[in-house]
Design a binder for this molecule. Structure first.
Ligand SMILES: Cc1cc2nc3c(=O)[nH]c(=O)nc-3n(C[C@H](O)[C@H](O)[C@H](O)COP(=O)(O)OP(=O)(O)OC[C@H]3O[C@@H](n4cnc5c(N)ncnc54)[C@H](O)[C@@H]3O)c2cc1C
Length: 445
């Protein structure tokens, strides 16, 4: 079998490796316009804050390691056109300029996503930066070494992490968002409030509930104008989210309105023999039981693996996603999964949230600390659709447990009586996960 894989960060790398694992004789051509593969963007803010041992370790594969696994790597080679019906791929070697056309039995689209850049006047200024690729990372590392004031636009995970690390580096940071709280899409107001206090305590100017209307270069930096004020920085960094990089395939395959390629549970698109995975594709979102667009490495990796498992015949179905994710800001660990009450309302689901705060282990221990826990469920059915945990302690696996509960359509009553261990080093007789489920069950009874 001859397979073309277009794009090689996470989805493409995992797809190519798994195809090789399933079909040792397959001939796999991977096309990647950059000279690196498998870059972990999640390390960018950490690198800016000097928490990365070596930037080389922000890659888990290289073109050479994939070549050694029997995969034909075409690096610095851009796919310029693809005829999906004919399974024809047109590519250009960006070093030599040479163009090639080749036919395949199957095509895998893993072209990922690109940063959302709304048509705001001045947004194309050289003083406005992005944070996605390895090139962006190197540029930000170099540029922020010489800046004192940075305006970060977008207080989702990416902007929130950049603002934190840059403020800890001693920069004067302004964090702007159209929502009136930080991490508004990721968590409940009670959690955002704690982070907002930390930002203020670390000198971050929070400009929330404001829409950016323009960027103006000045002699020594850039002015960011919103509907409520003007903020000065040496540079601005955008963290406004991502959209699928699938323009090449428009009109050839079914897509969501934003360009995400619709895939079935076996990662096959509406064109037989054409697969898609990762940020280029849709995901099945278990909290809503609908197709959605949720660009996360966790989905890219699992969907890439599934492309490999299903490339010959549909064998293993994707279990969907809860968009489980985590962040650490100013020593606060936060992990969440699924929807918040506000997020559920936006998706047309009537939901309720129970929130508790308690020590994670008994107070006879010499130390303990508070955990804030939230559980969101659909009103009426009591089906769990979201959860969030926050503490100055590692609570991350609790979000993974709720993720499983959502995936398996559990109710709050079932989670309340699930078997979680008790041992004083780790937990109370009633674990905080059981506690929040009991609180949810009680408030619904
Ligand atoms: C700052 C940041 C932090 C993040 N943190 C997390 C995190 O903590 N956890 C998490 O789960 N996710 C995180 N994500 C999201 C995660 O990085 C993405 O979901 C993931 O990179 C998607 O992988 P992908 O392979 O689908 O697409 P991409 O990473 O977008 O890669 C697509 C690849 O395709 C190549 N390509 C595109 N078009 C062509 C073409 N025409 N020809 C040749 N090559 C092409 C591109 O060069 C690129 O290498 C973060 C993202 C960012 C930006």
């Amino acid at each position: 079998m001859k397979v073309a894989v277009i794009g090689a960060t996470h989805a493409g790398v995992f797809a190519a490796k798994q195809i090789k694992a399933e079909l040792a004789d397959a001939s796999i051509d991977v096309f990647e316009r950059k000279d690196t593969v498998s870059f972990l963007s999640c390390g960018i803010a950490l690198w800016l804050g000097d928490h990365v041992s070596s930037p080389d370790k922000m890659f888990y594969e290289s073109p050479e390691s994939l070549t050694a696994q029997g995969i034909n790597m075409h690096m610095k080679t851009e796919v310029t056109k693809a005829d999906l019906a004919k399974k024809e791929v047109h590519s250009q070697d960006l070093t030599t300029g040479e163009s090639t056309v080749a036919s395949y039995d199957k095509i895998v689209i893993t072209t990922g996503s690109k940063a959302i850049m709304p048509p705001i006047p001045g947004i194309d200024s050289d003083k406005v930066y992005l944070s996605k690729s390895w090139d962006d990372a190197k540029t930000l590392k170099e540029v922020t070494a010489g800046t004192k004031r940075v305006v970060v636009i977008g207080a989702g995970y990416i902007g929130a992490e950049l603002a934190e690390q840059l403020s800890l580096n001693g920069q004067k940071v302004t964090l702007i968002d159209g929502f009136d709280r930080v991490l508004a899409k990721n968590t409940a107001p009670e959690f955002s409030a704690i982070f907002e206090q930390e930002y203020r305590d670390h000198g971050v100017n929070l400009a929330l509930g404001q829409m950016v209307q323009g960027f103006k270069e000045t002699a020594d930096g850039i002015q960011v104008e919103t509907d409520q004020g003007t903020y000065e920085g040496d540079i601005a960094i955008l963290g406004l989210g991502f959209k699928p990089a699938t323009d090449l395939f428009t009109g050839q395959v079914d897509m969501l309105p934003n360009g995400a390629i619709e895939v079935n549970p076996y990662m096959e698109s509406s064109v037989p023999g054409v697969f898609a995975a990762g940020d280029a594709a849709t995901v099945f979102y278990n909290p809503t039981q609908k197709q959605d667009y949720i660009p996360l490495a966790t989905n890219a990796v699992r969907q890439g693996l599934l492309v490999g498992k299903n490339i010959e015949e549909a064998k293993v179905a994707y279990p969907g996603t809860q968009a489980t994710s985590a962040v650490e800001l100013y020593d606060w660990a936060f992990a969440g999964t699924g929807l918040t009450k506000e997020g559920a309302a936006a998706k047309g689901i009537e939901a309720e949230t129970a929130i508790i705060e308690e020590d994670y282990r008994p107070d006879f221990m010499l130390t303990t600390t508070k955990v804030k826990a939230a559980l969101t469920y659909e009103k009426g059915t009591k089906r769990i659709i979201g959860g969030a945990f926050m503490a100055k302690h590692d609570i991350s696996q609790a979000a993974n447990a709720v993720s499983l509960a959502i995936e398996n359509k559990m109710t709050v009553d079932q989670l309340a009586l699930s078997d979680f261990f008790f041992q004083p080093n780790f937990s109370q007789p009633i674990n905080y996960l059981s506690s929040v489920a009991m609180a949810a069950a009680a408030q619904e009874s």
